[in-house]
Design a binder for this molecule. Structure first.
Ligand code: 6R9
Length: 582
């Protein structure tokens, strides 16, 4: 179904004058160095994301402004000003320094959305360490793979999360310290031998710290992301990413100084750092951080109680809100909301339109990736929305649609979505995998792995992924990572994993396995394999398993997930000429 363009008021008639009144005009003659002057920088031309997000506001006399309103899952509330943030992050930087941690070391954080997670991350950045945030719903295998690959030396974790993965900690030869954050003494078990107490260390630490002289090209954050083959790769970001995180916070999220901003993403995924930390705080904005998970009522309550004005969420969450029914939001005063944004998966046009009914405004989709570090294509408050489109590229970014030979195609035609390299938040490498990094750049373009088209007016429309990566509730899952765990089950000979359609999460993970000789495909064994997956992978485990006598393979022995998917969806099987003979 085609939806009509949702028009807008002229920019100068809108209640809040948008930061970007005309994206097409802003693009003309724009250079990224134009933004440099909006940042504070450190003496000597150094740049540090923690300074730009915290200390600069204190230095400019805004230390009393609230930076973070924390809403705990049991109804607790804590507020921290930029001055408080400065002190807490200085303390944590001192804690790391007293342990002998040096610039460039990889510090991993495995926590839910607690204030201490933010103190730990920004404290580590102040020291010049490289932060690796982990999804709090990961099981031991994903945690081990990421920490092992990057040679992490410190793990900061909640007690229960640490216990969940403790069996794999001995497999990390580089790990020197595990720091346990026991928020408000919630956890009653004694500290395990060898672990350090965050609370004890912080109590003794000074709140004075001189931020390390990090250059704009020094590494700051590493986010693991999935590809089709191999284990997840660590996309490495640099302090200079803050240039684009700041700019897109202004242009796409339209952040103004008085906004109350809420980003619902988990900090283990890139949206949770780029837009749950760097974009709002480099813009000096107050943000609400809600520890709890999804619940339509609780979410509307957060918006109402804290008078949220700008909101950044994801299609799965929006679909769950739609499912909860329109009578739920009708019971809340949501009138403070003035700009709603979404990312991570295709946003259904009907969801965009639903926004106009329930929130009196369109939901604004935008597009980017872990590798791009910040928003690349967006719908802006002053630009008419074409429901189903991801919007137009931001100033300073050139998006192209390429054919199979990586040459641009005419407007309206589908092809590979590519970007001209050189945007500030572009990843700098995949950790330990320069070869793969280099393979993403062809004929002067960065190849995203997505397919899209651009219409005559410059709006970008998502078509699909060009690979086997699964997108479940906006979280990318690499099939190989899941298959590796499945084949470790003693009964499993081969495994293949695909995403199958799901009304809420877009896709859910499904596994196909063939069994070793001597094992029978019983219901009991199926459940056992599912349980094995859940224990080791948690949130990214398969939801269902199907037994097959054998799995379709190419002549070179590669399992053809594409065929399993086509069968599952009842689609044509396509080119099967490379298929193995039985
Ligand atoms: C920020 C983030 C990136 C992949 C991307 C694409 C999908 C993201 C989208 C979208 C359709 C959108 N994706 N935004 N698909 N419409 N607006 O999500 O990063 O976890 O690396 O995922 O997500 O396939 O390539 P990441």
């Amino acid at each position: 179904m085609e939806y009509e363009t949702i028009g807008k008021e002229p920019a100068d008639k809108m209640a809040v004058m948008p930061n970007l009144p005309d994206v097409d005009a802003a693009r003309v003659g724009f250079q990224w160095t134009d933004i440099y002057k909006d940042l504070d920088w450190l003496p000597g031309g150094y740049l540090n994301q923690a300074h730009e997000c915290i200390d600069r506001h204190v230095n400019a006399g805004r230390g009393d402004k609230t930076a973070l309103i924390w809403v705990g899952k049991n109804g607790e509330e804590e507020r921290y000003t930029f001055q408080d943030m400065k002190e807490q992050t200085n303390k944590f930087a001192n804690v790391l320094q007293s342990l002998g941690v040096e610039k460039g070391e990889r510090i991993f954080v495995f926590m839910e959305r607690l204030p201490e997670l933010y103190f730990a991350i920004f404290g580590a950045l102040k020291l010049g360490a490289v932060v690796g945030p982990l999804f709090s719903a990961f099981g031991p295998d994903p945690v081990r793979d990421r920490m092992q690959d990057s040679g992490a030396t410190v793990l900061v974790a909640q007690p229960d999360l640490k216990r969940r993965v403790s069996e794999m900690l001995p497999a990390l030869p580089d790990l020197k310290y595990t720091i346990i954050v026991n928020k408000d003494g919630r956890d009653k078990e004694p500290l395990a031998k060898g672990d350090l107490s965050y609370e004890t260390l912080m109590a003794d630490a000074s709140s004075e710290f001189e931020i390390a002289n990090t250059s704009m090209y020094d590494y700051s954050v590493i986010h693991y992301t999935s590809g089709t083959t191999g284990k997840p790769k660590g996309a490495v970001h640099r302090h200079v990413a803050v240039v684009q995180q700041y700019a897109t916070g202004k242009w796409a999220l339209d952040l103004h100084p008085d906004d109350i901003y809420w980003c619902t993403a988990d900090p283990g995924w890139v949206t949770g750092t780029s837009y749950g930390m760097f974009a709002p705080w480099s813009n000096g904005v107050t943000q609400v951080i809600y520890e709890g998970g999804f619940s339509a009522r609780a979410w509307y309550e957060v918006i109402q109680k804290y008078s949220v004005t700008v909101w950044y969420t994801a299609p799965t969450a929006i679909r769950m809100l739609m499912k909860a029914g329109d009578d739920v939001p009708a019971r809340f005063d949501l009138s403070t909301l003035r700009h709603i944004n979404s990312v991570g998966e295709p946003l259904n046009p009907e969801a965009v339109v639903w926004g106009t009914k329930v929130f009196d405004q369109a939901i604004h989709d935008n597009y980017w990736q872990t590798e791009t570090g910040a928003i690349m294509v967006a719908n802006y408050p002053a630009m008419p929305v074409r429901p189903g489109s991801m919007g137009k590229p931001i100033p300073g970014v050139e998006v192209g649609i390429l054919d199979g030979e990586y040459n641009p195609v005419p407007a309206g035609e589908e092809g590979y979505l590519a970007v001209r390299p050189g945007w500030p938040s572009m990843f700098h490498t995949y950790w330990n995998n320069l070869e793969l990094y280099n393979s993403k750049f062809i004929k002067g373009w960065y190849i995203s792995g997505d397919q899209a088209k651009i219409d005559e007016d410059g709006y970008v429309w998502f078509v699909g992924r060009a690979d086997d990566v699964i997108n479940t509730a906006g979280h990318l899952v690499g099939p190989f990572e899941v298959e590796s765990v499945l084949i470790e089950h003693p009964a499993v000979a081969e495994a293949a994993v695909i995403g199958i359609p799901d009304a809420l999460a877009m896709e859910v993970v499904k596994g196909f396995v063939s069994l070793k000789d001597g094992f029978e495909p019983t219901e009991e064994l199926r459940r056992e394999i599912l349980g094995h997956g859940r224990k080791r992978l948690q949130a990214i485990a398969p939801r269902s398993i199907e037994f097959r006598a054998s799995l379709p393979k190419t002549r070179s022995g590669k399992i053809m997930r594409r065929l399993l998917k086509a069968e599952e969806l009842g689609l044509p099987l396509g080119d099967t000429s490379t298929l193995e003979d039985d």
